[in-house]
Design a protein around this ligand. Structure first.
Ligand code: GUN
Length: 287
């Protein structure tokens, strides 16, 4: 048996096709959804991610702009930049690409994004709303994972889900989304004792640790849905996930590739959140 591959490019295209009529409806009101991405420094991976986000904006008909600051920029300079973008009526969504250089406090920077433009959903307002079960803008990667599970028709309610990773960007919101859909969720990390015993029980396994090949076939239940959020660069420059793809492919029921899996969905959900932000800010839907 080999797993059914969850192709992020195909599912992202499906998301885009659902967004197009919404973008057209906004266009009739004279509104073009706009996304601003702020990049600090010259991290090569961040540059690629931002380029992909800009490309997706163009594909769906959104306006986008990239603001780049030097690696040595002060927090005040970044906060002033965000303040200007917050007040720009052509921009409905703002993201600060992570990671940030060490001298900057990422939490403080994210909280400087206007709540109604925080389309990454990393600010406390949106994280709190997610905990309360009333999400507004949900972090894009876990939202993309849910879209992949739904697209494939994978049952979530009543299933055992294990999330390996506890970050604010992926692990914690992922667990909350799965809980809200009725899964029984265990949150682990790469240092969890006897990790394999817990993951082997999972009907849905989400790996988000940033450790190449951490999830081996013996850690996976036969027929499970295995979602690989990892994007790791090997010494030879190749990109690989947290899952031992070849071995797990022979055991899982569904599997996401890296690249071409969850990463595509992160971008698609960012575009979706930006369209939603434009609808709210133009009064098309309640704020
Ligand atoms: N770095 C890695 N993932 C993300 C993301 O979803 N948003 C931003 N802004 N930075 C990231």
């Amino acid at each position: 048996m080999t797993a059914i591959l969850l192709d992020g490019a195909v599912i992202a295209r499906h998301t885009f096709s659902e967004l197009e009529p919404r973008v057209r409806a906004l266009g009739k009101l004279g509104v073009r959804p706009g996304l601003a991405a702020v990049c600090v420094g010259d991290d090569p991976a961040s540059a690629i991610y931002v380029r992909n986000k800009v490309r997706a904006c163009t594909e769906v008909g959104l306006h986008s702009e990239v603001h780049t600051l030097g690696a040595n920029c002060t927090e005040n300079a970044l906060l002033e930049k965000l303040e200007r973008i917050n007040h720009n009526p052509d921009i409905h969504g703002v993201i600060v690409q992570l990671p940030l250089p060490r001298q900057l406090d990422a939490g403080r920077v994210q909280r400087a994004i206007a709540v109604d433009k925080d389309v990454d959903g990393f600010g406390w307002h949106h994280l709190g709303a997610l905990v309360a079960g009333h999400p507004v803008y949900t972090p894009c990667t876990p939202l993309g994972v849910m879209a992949m599970l739904d697209y494939a028709g994978i049952t979530i309610e009543g299933r055992r889900a294990v999330v390996v990773g506890r970050s604010v960007i992926v692990g914690k919101p992922m667990a909350l989304l799965l809980i809200s859909r009725g899964a029984t969720v265990t949150v682990c990390n790469s240092k969890t004792p006897d990790l394999a015993r817990l993951t082997a029980d999972a009907d849905i396994l989400v790996a988000a640790t940033g450790r190449a090949g951490l999830i081996t076939a013996d850690m996976v239940k036969t027929g499970a849905a295995v979602i690989d959020v990892g994007i790791n660069r090997l010494p030879d420059g190749k990109i690989t996930g947290d899952v031992d793809f070849a071995a797990v492919n022979a055991k899982a029921g569904w599997l996401t590739p890296v690249p071409g899996g969850v990463g595509r969905m992160t971008v698609a959900m960012l575009i979706a959140n930006t369209v939603t932000a434009a609808e709210r800010q133009s009064g098309m839907t309640p704020a």
